[in-house]
Design a protein around this ligand. Structure first.
Ligand code: GSH
Length: 260
């Protein structure tokens, strides 16, 4: 049996769980961000990040590597397109979701769920709206009128979904007049079984987030999220976060010890 260390709020873990469900694969799920499970997560992933997957004596970390492992090991109902060009395109959108969109949306989300002593810095929401607008326009350009990002449902759609389903509540909505294909795509995604299940889990989690035994004062910072802040001039705010002790860092990212 596989075990996925996940969390219903993490877009990366949500992506992997949706892939498991799309492929009809069973797994045990452990909320790796609950304090009581940190030791188990750390044993699987030295960076202490979700998701991490164990499958027998194989451990895989990093969501796109987990997806690639699953598609290779369990090839039925593939999420990576067979056509090399389509696969490169799907991986490119997955990376945009993972590195670029995640950084923007997570950086503007802290004032919604973390215990904060301040308000969002001036200009941060506007910077996010500007960058997300550019991303929506690029996606509008790549989308067909009735399908998915690469024709058939693929990892591109599954990686984008956990992010784009939350943009309205984060204050960076899709302008459906300017990007009608993106708005229609989101509606199409929201009707899929795997997306309905994902939304239900996240909704239930958010309802109880204040009772969850997770860290809500110290923010876990990794590369892309810092890069977006610094590239938009929020370095003073970030320095204050460090000086006032509201940051925590990933552990050392070594390859998982197989078979241990
Ligand atoms: N590159 C990693 C990123 C994973 C990641 O950033 N995970 C976050 C949750 S979204 C995490 O586990 N943070 C640790 C924490 O919040 O304590 C992946 O694709 O799996």
């Amino acid at each position: 049996m596989m075990t996925l260390y996940d969390n219903a709020f993490s877009p990366f873990a949500r992506k992997v769980r949706m892939v498991l469900e799309q492929k009809g694969l069973k797994a045990d799920y452990v909320d790796g961000l609950r304090r009581e499970n940190h030791g188990l997560l750390q044993a699987a992933n030295g960076r202490v990040e979700v998701p991490a997957l164990t499958d027998g004596d194989v451990t895989v970390v990093n969501s796109s590597d987990i997806v690639a492992y699953l598609d290779h090991r369990y090839p039925d109902r593939p999420v990576l397109p067979a056509d090399p060009g389509a696969r490169a395109r799907a991986r490119a959108w997955e990376r945009t979701a993972d590195d670029t969109i995640d950084a923007i949306l997570v950086d503007i989300s802290y004032w919604l769920w973390a215990e904060r002593p301040d308000e969002m810095p001036d200009g941060m929401l506007a910077a996010a709206q500007n960058d997300m607008g550019e991303i929506y326009r690029a996606l509008e350009h790549d989308l067909g009128t009735d399908g998915f990002v690469c024709g058939k449902l693929s990892i591109a759609d599954i990686a984008l979904f956990p992010h784009l389903v939350s943009v309205k509540s984060l204050g960076v909505p899709i302008d459906s007049a300017a990007c009608p294909k993106v708005a229609a795509w989101l509606k199409r995604m929201m009707a899929l079984e795997i997306c309905l299940a994902d939304m239900a889990r996240t909704r239930d989690y958010i309802k109880t987030v204040e009772d969850q035994d997770i860290e809500r004062v110290k923010i876990f910072w990794r590369g892309d999220r810092i890069e977006w802040l610094l590239a938009h001039g929020f370095h003073d705010w970030f320095m204050t976060e460090i000086q006032e002790g509201r940051v925590t860092w990933p552990g050392l990212g070594l390859p998982p010890q197989q078979g241990s």
